[in-house]
Design a protein around this ligand. Structure first.
Ligand code: NAP
Length: 293
């Protein structure tokens, strides 16, 4: 049984969609005695306070994390190292430090390098979000009913894993533990490759000379498939670079599939196409059945 609040003071660095939503959930669930929002941008900080996402704000990172027993870094993956280096000397020994980034192995390495023996780092990745970003996009209850991956290594302290698990469960998420590299391989397939493909589909469409008249005909399927191309460019630049090797392996696999399809279409092989689509359809139906469960 965990005591509430779980944390006396939580500092959240980056009060955008994920950081702001977590601040809201910590405050409204009574999970932290105080939630401090930390960001360089004064307008963002004002909005975070007005929207009730945090109790207090700090524009100076060192001051923001002072006295916090929970530090959540919720910035784009490419800024994680720089942000952590800036706050590391001010983090209390014994604090739990975590992140919400979509790529885990590089973040884990940087945390181990920068934090040393004092605070404990356990990575986290809530599988929840929208294509919108920034403080205005933060939502109450974003994490309820979602999965959250918590990453473990051989050196993860048991108490830190327990506390982070308790946090994500308390905001309504189901926690799954994985090694950082395993997370990155799985997410390359289920999230990173689809985002790259959505961007490429939109670019294919955008390159057509007759784009304007075609826009009217970009119906359901196209819109469903490309919705995630509305996601933040900086965030996805950072994810693509940070998860380079697993993502390249997925792109290789996808290119092989495209070549198979291309050959069948070129040679007019209707039987091969029908078998290919039929198999894919069966897999897709199994997947949606599992999601409904
Ligand atoms: P976001 O809405 O853009 O929020 C990021 C926040 O971090 C912004 O408020 C940004 O401020 C701030 N920031 C950027 N650089 C900073 C720095 N150096 N110091 C302090 N604050 C800084 O992005 P998000 O969607 O919440 O994503 C945050 C993290 O969550 C990313 O690592 C992402 O991979 C992960 N994630 C995202 C989703 C999703 O669906 N969006 C889902 C799960 C995990 P400015 O706006 O002023 O730059």
């Amino acid at each position: 049984m965990q005591d509430f609040p779980l944390f006396q003071r939580a500092a959240i660095i980056g009060v955008g969609l994920i950081g702001g939503s977590l601040g809201w959930a910590l405050r409204h669930g009574g999970l932290a005695g105080e939630v401090v929002g930390v960001e360089p941008d004064a307008t963002t900080l004002d909005r975070a306070r007005q929207r009730g996402l945090v109790d207090r704000v700090a524009s100076e990172p060192g001051a923001g994390v002072a006295g916090a027993d929970l530090v959540v870094v919720a910035v784009p993956v490419g800024s994680f190292g720089e942000v952590l280096a800036g706050i590391a000397p001010s983090i209390e020994a014994g604090a739990l430090v975590t992140d919400v980034g979509s790529v885990k192995a590089p973040v884990q390495g940087e945390a181990e390098r920068l934090l040393g023996e004092g605070p404990a780092f356990v990575g986290g990745h809530p599988i929840a979000g929208t294509e919108d970003s920034g403080v205005e996009a933060a939502l109450g209850d974003l994490f309820r009913g979602a999965l959250c991956v918590v990453t473990v290594t051989e050196t993860t302290p048991h108490w830190a894993l327990e506390r982070l698990t308790a946090l994500w469960q308390a905001v309504g998420s189901e926690v799954v533990t994985m090694a950082p590299r395993e997370h990155d391989r799985v997410l390359a397939a289920t999230s990173h490759l689809p985002h790259i493909l959505a961007y490429a589909l939109i670019q294919t469409f955008a390159a057509l000379p007759e784009r304007d008249p075609l826009e009217r005909f970009a119906a359901g399927g196209f819109r469903d498939l490309t919705r995630i191309a509305g996601s933040d460019a900086v965030m996805w630049r950072d994810i693509a670079l940070a998860n380079r090797d697993p993502l390249l392996a997925m792109l290789d696999g996808y290119e092989r599939q495209l070549r198979t399809l291309r050959r069948a279409i070129e040679s007019g092989d209707g039987e091969a196409l029908e078998a290919y689509f039929g198999e894919a359809r069966a897999v897709r139906r199994r997947l949606s059945g599992r999601r409904q469960e």
